[in-house]
Write a protein that binds this ligand. Structure first.
Ligand SMILES: Nc1ncnc2c1ncn2[C@@H]1O[C@H](COP(=O)(O)OP(=O)(O)OP(=O)(O)O)[C@@H](O)[C@H]1O
Ligand SMILES: [Mg+2]
Length: 245
């Protein structure tokens, strides 16, 4: 995926979270955002998702600017993207299977039977078939998040946005979710991921953006970000987060 940010600016009241951020990336497959809390990672992801509107500037994906002007174009755009957030956002009264099929049928117009087949294939592939008829309350955190990821990829999105998909999980479930994301990546799914799992960021990212202080403090391939010469703010952050790893 080709991603360009052109003078992207976003403020909340007096707080400018992103201040004229510009960037041009050719063919990046998995882009990972890291950085301090409150730095603007979620804001940037939500702008890319069309869930927030920039105050100035634009985002161009594969040559097409995201059009924030009309709710209808935004809705069409959002239909082509998969999104996974920290808290799984599954419907509590529906089974895992129905959580996956509902958007396929309601939003994407699949016939019920085809939606079911697609969902079952995914559940099978990710070793979740046994959980198909359970409701979220009967699933572990890791299972819930893997179902949420299945739901996001079932629509065959152009790319998948994930915002700290493991941060609400007990540590024992983190790796099963990261494994699934790694598999999707290896199969060619394009990803933009916010994570504080530095080991995973290092391994899974083609390219990293370190976001904070109103913009991109550092950017580069993982080897460059995690080693050698770098911005002091990046070193301090990495020293802190890697302290107990
Ligand atoms: N809807 C909002 N209204 C007001 N302020 C907001 C809103 N959303 C975010 N902010 C503020 O913007 C700044 C950036 O927030 P953002 O959620 O993008 O950070 P983040 O890098 O994702 O942080 P974290 O690592 O804690 O998730 C923060 O100071 C936050 O309080
Ligand atoms: Mg965030």
């Amino acid at each position: 995926m080709k991603l360009e940010l052109k003078g992207l600016t976003k403020s909340y009241g007096p707080l400018t979270v992103l201040d004229r951020v510009s960037l041009s990336l050719e063919e990046v497959h998995s882009l990972v955002f890291i950085g301090p809390s409150g730095g603007g990672k979620t804001t940037l992801l939500r702008l890319i998702a069309g869930l927030e509107t920039p105050d100035a500037g634009e985002i161009v994906i594969n040559g097409h600017p995201v059009e924030y002007g009309s709710e209808e174009t935004l809705r069409e755009y959002r239909k082509r993207i998969g999104m996974v957030f920290q808290a799984y956002n599954l419907f509590p009264h529906l089974t895992a299977l129905d959580n996956i099929t509902l958007p396929l049928v309601r939003v994407h117009g699949y016939p019920a039977e085809r939606a079911r087949e697609e969902a079952l294939v995914l559940l099978e592939r990710f070793q979740l078939a046994d959980q198909a008829l359970k409701k979220p309350a009967q699933l572990s955190g890791g299972q819930k998040q893997r179902i949420a990821i299945c739901r996001a990829v079932a629509i065959r999105p152009e790319f998948l946005l994930l915002d700290e998909p493991t941060s609400a999980l007990d540590p024992e479930y983190t790796s099963e979710v990261l494994d699934l994301i790694g598999e999707l990546r290896d199969e060619g799914m394009r990803l933009i991921l916010v994570t504080h799992e530095m080991g995973f960021a290092r391994q899974a990212a083609d390219y990293l953006l370190f976001i904070g202080d109103g913009g991109l403090i550092a950017r580069g391939i993982p080897e460059d970000i995690f080693s050698g010469s770098r911005d002091d703010r990046v070193s301090r952050f990495l020293d802190r987060v890697l302290k107990y790893n």
